[in-house]
Design a protein around this ligand. Structure first.
Ligand code: URA
Length: 288
């Protein structure tokens, strides 16, 4: 079948559909099983004998002017909205999003085998901290220590992150800390695109449910995943960005700081901006 979208756009659409799927919204399509391209599914739906549309033309307000009939109708670009035989209604699904909690998200994640990272993991590292935190830190993925303990940022980089948090006058229990992927990548390699796209909907749900004032992305993987960009982190590190109603700051990953200590000064500048945004004072010790 000919490609109708560039591969990168197709990937974005698939990622977005997967995100909705993880939020429990499954009304946009009927078939995204293995081998389905989405578009194939949509064509199958379009040619199906009697799909049940959710929004029939009669649902439009009577005053809505009808468009002039096109001479030759182009092929539909969207799958018709179809009520699945089972599953939540759109309103039920939206309620689910509204009432989402970290507990429910953890339950939905379960003993996850959605991507290949599960094969090498010891423990899932879901996230840790205050479920109502004003400040969320997002890292890349668990390392060896995190994988053993099931907690984020508890190894060497984690100790540095803890120091950074304490320098801000906070404690780990005041903030929430999580990662883009919940299972350790082998040899601490960066998570691969399929792993990120499979796991990141859970991260998005975590952020939505916590609803922090500020998100700090630790390193390029977190920043690129959340912002959905391929731009290098150095192009926007230390700048305030806006993401879905949250203020977002990308800064260097603590593991990078361990290899490159002079960059700590840049990170401290970034964290001071975060402190100002949250109305935090420098702790007394740091003032003198
Ligand atoms: N690095 C990360 O990105 N996350 C962790 O949890 C630990 C190290």
């Amino acid at each position: 079948m000919p490609e109708r979208f560039p591969a990168s756009l197709q990937q974005k659409i698939e990622d977005r559909l997967r995100y909705y799927e993880d939020l429990g919204i499954r009304l946009f399509y009927t078939d995204r099983g293995p081998g389905s391209t989405g578009l194939a599914a949509q064509e199958a739906v379009a040619s199906a004998p009697s799909p049940t549309p959710v929004f029939e033309e009669t649902a439009l307000p009577k005053s809505t002017p009808k468009p002039a009939p096109a001479k030759a109708a182009p092929p539909a670009m969207h799958p018709p909205l179809v009520v699945p035989p089972t599953g939540p209604s759109l309103f039920e699904a939206m309620d689910k999003v509204k009432d989402d909690t970290l507990l429910k998200i953890r339950e939905d994640l379960g003993e996850c085998t959605r991507c290949k990272l599960h094969k090498g993991r010891n423990k899932i590292v879901f996230g840790d901290g205050n479920p109502k935190a004003q400040l969320v830190f997002v890292g890349e993925g668990p390392g060896a220590d995190e994988d053993m303990q099931g907690l984020p940022f508890v190894g060497r980089a984690g100790k540095l992150l803890t120091q950074m948090i304490e320098a801000m006058g906070l404690q780990r229990k005041d903030v929430y800390i999580c990662n883009v992927v919940k299972c350790r990548p082998p040899e601490n390699r960066a998570p691969e695109p399929d792993e990120v796209s499979t796991c990141s909907p859970f991260l998005m749900r975590q952020i939505d449910s916590i609803h922090p004032k500020v998100i700090v992305c630790l390193g390029a993987t977190a920043a690129k995943t959340i912002l959905n960009t391929t731009r290098g982190i150095s192009q926007f590190r230390g700048e305030w960005l806006e993401w879905r109603g949250h203020k977002l700051m990308a800064t260097y990953h603590p593991a990078y700081l361990l290899r490159n200590p002079p960059a700590k000064a840049d990170v401290w500048k970034d964290l001071q901006k975060v402190m100002a945004e949250l109305g935090l004072q420098l702790p007394k010790k740091a003032k003198s």
